[in-house]
Design a protein around this ligand. Structure first.
Ligand SMILES: Cc1cc2nc3c(=O)[nH]c(=O)nc-3n(C[C@H](O)[C@H](O)[C@H](O)COP(=O)(O)OP(=O)(O)OC[C@H]3O[C@@H](n4cnc5c(N)ncnc54)[C@H](O)[C@@H]3O)c2cc1C
Length: 336
């Protein structure tokens, strides 16, 4: 990396800021990265990547473009850090009712779903249908964020604290997550608080990720699992609640069973503008933004960071559907 005064100052070290830092480092570009340790969503995320998602059982937006980029990126960072970050797992998608299973079954042969479909399996007791998917897994987000911080700290380019937004010696790239959206600079947001439990259940099957009952159960090793999650649009804070604990406990019971111990209970806010479609762009002179990763930061952050680096350094504009400036124009047209 060049030792000249950095021209680029990344603000925020969640998945967005961290992926951008690696993309700049890989291009030998000098930069700083600063985080105020005020929380953030990436430290809480389960890191799940699921190719076919939601009640409607639809392929994730542009999964065919972004999944290969993401896996290749995490492999390169793993090699540099010397530790495993990406844990591939089969995904068992479960249907609780006949109606839900009919919907899933009607899509199993659609061109967007077939590349990810592994096998139809006998549903476990209490479920009406089940299908196994491949291509998914879990990013160890905490190891990725903390290991990257250590790496950039050792290079002398990581700083803990606040940036003075008004005195800019360098181009700033705001990777501020939900706090950046809630501040209101980027228009109307749809940020959603989510609560998640870390549980210990040594007798449960830890060979697959389970999705159903409006939630997911993700094995993280040593008999532990992440289970989540809630969606709350009004109370946008990072406080775990009793309601959240009960709701996620219910999901854990349905997906795994009744015998488990709660180790941790966390809450954070997902940065959402329009579903889980991220945006990058120029906000004002010398200020870029990278935000709105929604519920799918692990999948999209590497590929979007790559596009942003190419835009910042080479002037290569990204596709219109991730260009913040195009999005702003279209939102104005929607309003008037
Ligand atoms: C309960 C829950 C479960 C989730 N599970 C998954 C999952 O399984 N898979 C998945 O892909 N995604 C998941 N997500 C979504 C994922 O967390 C987000 O997509 C992603 O983490 C967003 O990353 P980000 O870098 O944009 O924001 P953040 O992670 O919020 O990072 C922003 C950073 O900026 C810092 N910051 C803010 N303001 C300033 C400032 N003024 N100065 C300095 N630093 C500042 C913050 O401290 C923070 O570290 C989940 C989210 C939640 C809430």
């Amino acid at each position: 990396m060049s030792t000249a005064d950095p021209q680029w100052s990344i603000v925020g070290q969640g998945l967005a800021g961290t992926c951008l830092a690696w993309q700049l480092w890989q291009r030998s570009v000098s930069f700083t990265i600063t985080d105020n340790h005020a929380g953030g969503s990436s430290r809480v995320a389960a890191g799940l990547i699921n190719p076919v998602t939601g009640k409607n059982f639809e392929p994730s937006w542009r999964i065919g473009d972004f999944l290969p980029d993401a896996l290749e990126f995490y492999r390169r960072v793993e090699a540099r850090m010397g530790r495993q970050l990406w844990h591939p797992f089969p995904i068992l998608r479960l249907a609780a009712t006949d109606k839900e299973w009919q919907k899933i079954r009607s899509k199993l042969d659609s061109p967007g779903v077939t590349p990810w479909r592994a096998a139809s399996v006998t549903p476990p007791p209490g479920w009406c249908g089940a299908v196994e998917l491949h291509g998914g897994g879990r990013l160890d987000t905490r190891a990725f964020i903390e290991g990257s911080r250590e790496f950039f700290e050792n290079l002398g380019c990581y700083h803990r604290g606040e940036i003075d937004f008004n005195h800019r010696k360098a181009h700033q790239i705001w990777c501020l997550g939900a706090s950046g959206l809630i501040a209101g600079h980027l228009g109307t947001h749809r940020c959603a608080k989510g609560e998640i439990l870390t549980i210990h259940a040594p007798t449960w099957d830890d060979s697959q990720i389970r999705i159903g009952a409006g939630g997911w159960l993700v094995p993280i090793g040593k008999g532990n699992f992440k289970v989540g999650s809630t969606y709350e649009w009004n109370q946008l804070d990072q406080q775990p609640t009793e309601y959240g604990r009960l709701r996620v406990t219910e999901i854990a019971s349905k997906l795994g069973g009744d015998s488990f111990q709660i180790l941790d209970h966390d809450a954070a806010i997902r940065p959402i503008l329009r579903r889980s479609q991220p945006l990058i762009g120029v906000f004002e002179a010398n200020v870029w933004i990278f935000n709105a990763l929604g519920s799918k930061g692990s999948l999209y952050a590497p590929g979007i960071a790559d596009r942003l680096a190419n835009w910042m350094l080479k002037g290569i504009q990204p596709e219109a559907d991730i260009n913040f400036n195009t999005y702003l124009e279209e939102s104005k047209n929607d309003t008037f």
